[in-house]
Design a protein around this ligand. Sequence first.
Ligand code: ZN
Length: 218
Amino acid sequence: MNKESALVVFSGGQDSTTCLFWAKEQFKKVYALSFLYGQKHRHEVDLAREIARKAGVEWDVMDVSFIGRLGHNSLTDTSMVMDQVKPADGPPNTFVPGRNLFFLSIAAVYARERGINHLVTGVSQTDFSGYPDCRDAFIKSLNVTLNLAMDEQFVIHTPLMWIDKAETWALADRLGVLDLVRHETLTCYIRIPGDGCGHCWACLLRREGLEKYLAGRC
Ligand code: ZN
Protein backbone atom coordinates (compact mmCIF):
# COMPACT_ATOMS: atom_id res chain seq x y z
CA MET A 1 0.00 0.00 0.00
CA ASN A 2 1.20 3.47 -0.81
CA LYS A 3 1.83 5.13 2.53
CA GLU A 4 3.24 8.27 1.02
CA SER A 5 0.51 10.82 1.38
CA ALA A 6 -3.01 11.32 2.68
CA LEU A 7 -5.65 14.02 2.60
CA VAL A 8 -7.62 14.64 5.80
CA VAL A 9 -11.12 16.11 5.64
CA PHE A 10 -10.53 18.68 8.33
CA SER A 11 -13.03 20.80 10.26
CA GLY A 12 -10.84 21.78 13.21
CA GLY A 13 -13.04 19.82 15.63
CA GLN A 14 -11.94 17.19 18.14
CA ASP A 15 -12.46 14.26 15.79
CA SER A 16 -10.84 15.56 12.63
CA THR A 17 -7.94 17.08 14.57
CA THR A 18 -7.25 13.71 16.19
CA CYS A 19 -7.41 12.19 12.70
CA LEU A 20 -4.97 14.81 11.40
CA PHE A 21 -2.36 13.74 13.94
CA TRP A 22 -3.19 10.06 13.38
CA ALA A 23 -2.51 10.63 9.66
CA LYS A 24 0.78 12.37 10.46
CA GLU A 25 1.85 9.19 12.25
CA GLN A 26 0.72 6.92 9.41
CA PHE A 27 1.78 8.82 6.28
CA LYS A 28 4.88 10.65 5.10
CA LYS A 29 3.00 13.68 3.85
CA VAL A 30 -0.35 14.93 5.08
CA TYR A 31 -2.68 17.49 3.57
CA ALA A 32 -5.72 18.98 5.27
CA LEU A 33 -8.77 20.20 3.39
CA SER A 34 -11.45 22.30 5.09
CA PHE A 35 -14.85 23.29 3.77
CA LEU A 36 -16.53 26.64 4.14
CA TYR A 37 -20.30 26.37 3.93
CA GLY A 38 -21.66 29.74 4.85
CA GLN A 39 -20.64 32.83 6.80
CA LYS A 40 -21.85 31.29 10.04
CA HIS A 41 -19.00 28.88 9.74
CA ARG A 42 -16.06 31.18 8.94
CA HIS A 43 -14.64 31.24 12.48
CA GLU A 44 -14.38 27.45 12.45
CA VAL A 45 -12.36 27.60 9.23
CA ASP A 46 -9.97 30.15 10.78
CA LEU A 47 -9.39 27.80 13.71
CA ALA A 48 -8.84 24.87 11.35
CA ARG A 49 -6.21 26.85 9.45
CA GLU A 50 -4.39 27.66 12.68
CA ILE A 51 -4.38 24.03 13.88
CA ALA A 52 -3.10 22.85 10.48
CA ARG A 53 -0.31 25.44 10.69
CA LYS A 54 0.70 24.17 14.13
CA ALA A 55 0.57 20.59 12.86
CA GLY A 56 2.85 21.57 10.00
CA VAL A 57 0.55 20.22 7.29
CA GLU A 58 -0.41 21.79 4.02
CA TRP A 59 -3.90 23.26 4.33
CA ASP A 60 -6.50 24.39 1.86
CA VAL A 61 -10.15 25.41 1.96
CA MET A 62 -13.01 24.88 -0.48
CA ASP A 63 -15.99 27.17 -0.51
CA VAL A 64 -19.08 24.97 -0.65
CA SER A 65 -21.60 27.63 0.34
CA PHE A 66 -24.04 26.16 -2.19
CA ILE A 67 -24.82 23.50 0.44
CA GLY A 68 -26.60 26.17 2.46
CA ARG A 69 -28.85 26.95 -0.53
CA LEU A 70 -29.87 23.34 -1.07
CA GLY A 71 -31.77 22.95 2.18
CA HIS A 72 -32.36 24.37 5.61
CA ASN A 73 -30.21 23.40 8.55
CA SER A 74 -28.97 25.24 11.59
CA LEU A 75 -25.30 25.15 10.56
CA THR A 76 -25.83 27.35 7.52
CA ASP A 77 -29.14 29.11 8.10
CA THR A 78 -28.65 32.25 10.21
CA SER A 79 -32.36 32.36 11.09
CA MET A 80 -32.29 28.93 12.74
CA VAL A 81 -31.24 28.11 16.28
CA MET A 82 -29.33 24.89 16.76
CA ASP A 83 -30.88 22.04 18.68
CA GLN A 84 -29.44 22.10 22.17
CA VAL A 85 -30.41 18.51 22.79
CA LYS A 86 -30.59 15.61 20.41
CA PRO A 87 -34.20 14.99 19.37
CA ALA A 88 -35.53 11.49 20.07
CA ASP A 89 -36.95 11.08 16.57
CA GLY A 90 -34.08 11.45 14.14
CA PRO A 91 -31.00 13.58 13.63
CA PRO A 92 -30.78 17.09 15.11
CA ASN A 93 -31.24 20.17 12.95
CA THR A 94 -27.47 20.41 12.63
CA PHE A 95 -27.80 17.57 10.11
CA VAL A 96 -26.75 18.79 6.66
CA PRO A 97 -28.08 16.23 4.17
CA GLY A 98 -25.34 14.86 1.96
CA ARG A 99 -22.55 16.76 3.72
CA ASN A 100 -20.07 13.90 3.90
CA LEU A 101 -21.06 12.79 0.41
CA PHE A 102 -20.10 16.24 -0.91
CA PHE A 103 -17.02 16.63 1.26
CA LEU A 104 -15.50 13.24 0.48
CA SER A 105 -16.33 13.48 -3.24
CA ILE A 106 -14.69 16.90 -3.48
CA ALA A 107 -11.77 15.68 -1.37
CA ALA A 108 -11.27 12.71 -3.71
CA VAL A 109 -11.09 14.91 -6.81
CA TYR A 110 -8.75 17.30 -4.99
CA ALA A 111 -6.58 14.37 -3.87
CA ARG A 112 -6.52 12.78 -7.32
CA GLU A 113 -5.15 16.00 -8.82
CA ARG A 114 -2.25 15.74 -6.41
CA GLY A 115 -1.58 12.01 -6.75
CA ILE A 116 -2.97 11.23 -3.28
CA ASN A 117 -5.10 8.11 -2.90
CA HIS A 118 -5.59 7.99 0.87
CA LEU A 119 -8.48 9.96 2.33
CA VAL A 120 -9.02 10.31 6.08
CA THR A 121 -12.28 11.30 7.77
CA GLY A 122 -13.22 11.50 11.45
CA VAL A 123 -16.71 10.03 11.14
CA SER A 124 -17.86 7.58 13.81
CA GLN A 125 -21.00 5.54 14.19
CA THR A 126 -20.29 4.49 17.76
CA ASP A 127 -21.23 7.37 19.95
CA PHE A 128 -22.86 9.87 17.73
CA SER A 129 -25.99 11.48 16.55
CA GLY A 130 -27.37 9.10 13.99
CA TYR A 131 -26.18 11.09 11.00
CA PRO A 132 -26.57 8.49 8.22
CA ASP A 133 -23.47 9.67 6.35
CA CYS A 134 -21.25 8.92 9.38
CA ARG A 135 -21.97 5.19 9.16
CA ASP A 136 -19.51 2.57 8.04
CA ALA A 137 -21.83 1.20 5.32
CA PHE A 138 -22.05 4.64 3.70
CA ILE A 139 -18.28 5.15 3.76
CA LYS A 140 -17.62 1.71 2.24
CA SER A 141 -20.24 2.33 -0.44
CA LEU A 142 -18.82 5.76 -1.27
CA ASN A 143 -15.29 4.33 -1.44
CA VAL A 144 -16.43 1.89 -4.15
CA THR A 145 -18.32 4.66 -5.94
CA LEU A 146 -15.35 7.04 -5.96
CA ASN A 147 -13.10 4.32 -7.33
CA LEU A 148 -15.58 3.53 -10.10
CA ALA A 149 -16.24 7.20 -10.82
CA MET A 150 -12.59 8.08 -11.37
CA ASP A 151 -11.05 4.67 -12.12
CA GLU A 152 -8.76 5.13 -9.14
CA GLN A 153 -7.88 3.16 -6.01
CA PHE A 154 -8.83 5.50 -3.20
CA VAL A 155 -8.72 4.18 0.35
CA ILE A 156 -10.95 5.98 2.83
CA HIS A 157 -9.60 5.67 6.38
CA THR A 158 -11.95 6.12 9.35
CA PRO A 159 -9.78 5.74 12.45
CA LEU A 160 -12.63 6.74 14.77
CA MET A 161 -15.42 4.63 13.23
CA TRP A 162 -15.65 2.06 16.02
CA ILE A 163 -14.36 4.01 19.00
CA ASP A 164 -16.26 6.24 21.42
CA LYS A 165 -15.41 9.75 22.63
CA ALA A 166 -13.35 8.51 25.59
CA GLU A 167 -11.29 6.32 23.26
CA THR A 168 -10.89 9.26 20.88
CA TRP A 169 -9.38 11.25 23.77
CA ALA A 170 -7.14 8.27 24.51
CA LEU A 171 -5.96 8.28 20.91
CA ALA A 172 -5.21 12.02 21.06
CA ASP A 173 -3.23 11.42 24.25
CA ARG A 174 -1.24 8.58 22.69
CA LEU A 175 -0.47 10.86 19.75
CA GLY A 176 0.80 13.51 22.20
CA VAL A 177 -1.87 16.10 21.38
CA LEU A 178 -4.37 15.80 24.23
CA ASP A 179 -3.84 19.41 25.34
CA LEU A 180 -3.92 20.78 21.80
CA VAL A 181 -7.15 18.94 21.04
CA ARG A 182 -8.66 19.94 24.36
CA HIS A 183 -7.88 23.65 24.16
CA GLU A 184 -7.75 24.55 20.48
CA THR A 185 -10.38 22.52 18.68
CA LEU A 186 -13.99 23.54 18.26
CA THR A 187 -16.82 21.06 18.72
CA CYS A 188 -19.39 23.28 20.45
CA TYR A 189 -22.53 24.13 18.50
CA ILE A 190 -22.43 27.74 19.60
CA ARG A 191 -18.83 27.91 18.49
CA ILE A 192 -16.89 28.37 21.69
CA PRO A 193 -13.52 26.63 21.26
CA GLY A 194 -11.90 24.29 23.77
CA ASP A 195 -14.24 23.11 26.53
CA GLY A 196 -17.02 25.07 24.81
CA CYS A 197 -20.29 26.34 26.24
CA GLY A 198 -20.64 23.23 28.39
CA HIS A 199 -24.37 22.91 27.66
CA CYS A 200 -25.00 21.91 24.05
CA TRP A 201 -25.06 18.18 23.41
CA ALA A 202 -21.78 18.31 21.43
CA CYS A 203 -20.10 19.81 24.52
CA LEU A 204 -21.77 17.30 26.84
CA LEU A 205 -20.68 14.35 24.72
CA ARG A 206 -17.16 15.72 24.47
CA ARG A 207 -16.90 16.38 28.21
CA GLU A 208 -18.38 13.01 29.20
CA GLY A 209 -15.79 11.31 27.02
CA LEU A 210 -12.95 13.36 28.46
CA GLU A 211 -14.02 12.72 32.06
CA LYS A 212 -14.38 9.00 31.37
CA TYR A 213 -10.94 8.86 29.80
CA LEU A 214 -9.21 10.92 32.51
CA ALA A 215 -10.89 8.88 35.28
CA GLY A 216 -9.62 5.66 33.69
CA ARG A 217 -6.11 7.04 33.26
CA CYS A 218 -5.56 7.93 36.92
ZN1 ZN B 1 -21.36 23.89 23.40
